[in-house]
Design a protein. Sequence first.
Length: 172
Amino acid sequence: MTKRVAVGYIPRTKGVRGVVKVEVLTHRLSRFDELSQVVVQKEGHTDRQFEIEHWHPEPSGILMKFVGIDTPEEARETLVKGYITIAPHEMAPLPEGMYYISDLVGCLVQNESGGHLGKIAEVLQMPSTDVYVVRDGRRELLVPAVGDYIVEISIPRRQLVVRGIEDLLTVS
């Protein structure tokens, strides 16, 4: 199967009718209104397509019921510890200036002078701001994803330009 994008994680069941608790991994909850079928990917299991019967918000996530999953035992065996995924072409567009992590990872990072700093290896989601982990094989650099440091992000060119990170490069 082609690479899919996780929009939810299923940590446990809830109740006696096969309903599951879902931790939302997308930027807007209403995204689930646009989905009727999803694929659940669970380690050690074959990917399975499911139709969403209904869902509703709950504090710290949502509750979801899938067609054909009618008991907590079925839900636990089939869904719990699985990811609700969609195809990349089903991803919702983001507001201006926001980017999917999967689009950022692998982008080249350079300073304003054109100096190569490495590639984004991962994005750490911190409470106050995201942090880009930039690696070049020799070192690792943590760049806060804020306007003070980020000059330009170009997903089509797979490139970020940063400024003012000289103090972050200094080894004490």
